[in-house]
Ligand binder design. Structure first.
Ligand SMILES: [Zn+2]
Length: 70
């Protein structure tokens, strides 16, 4: 499953693999409450949309991976 996080302030969209995100957050937590932060404007007002990962889609989709927590 793919998570598309769009910034409501500037429209920047980042995509994550849901399986990657689940490694860093409590999977029982509401997905809309995840502490995403816009990499463009730093805004925290984000809209999260979950969608099926479509391998046939045009390859212009960049899938971001959360930074490793050390
Ligand atoms: Zn933004």
């Amino acid at each position: 499953m793919l998570l598309a996080v769009s910034c409501t302030a500037c429209g920047h969209v980042a995509r994550f693999m849901a399986s990657d995100v689940a490694q860093f957050v409590n999977p029982t937590r509401e997905i809309e409450l995840l502490p995403f932060r816009c990499g463009e404007c730093g805004g925290k007002e984000c809209k999260v949309m979950a969608s099926e990962y479509d391998r046939d889609r045009r390859p212009d989709i960049i899938v971001w991976r959360p930074m490793r927590l050390r």
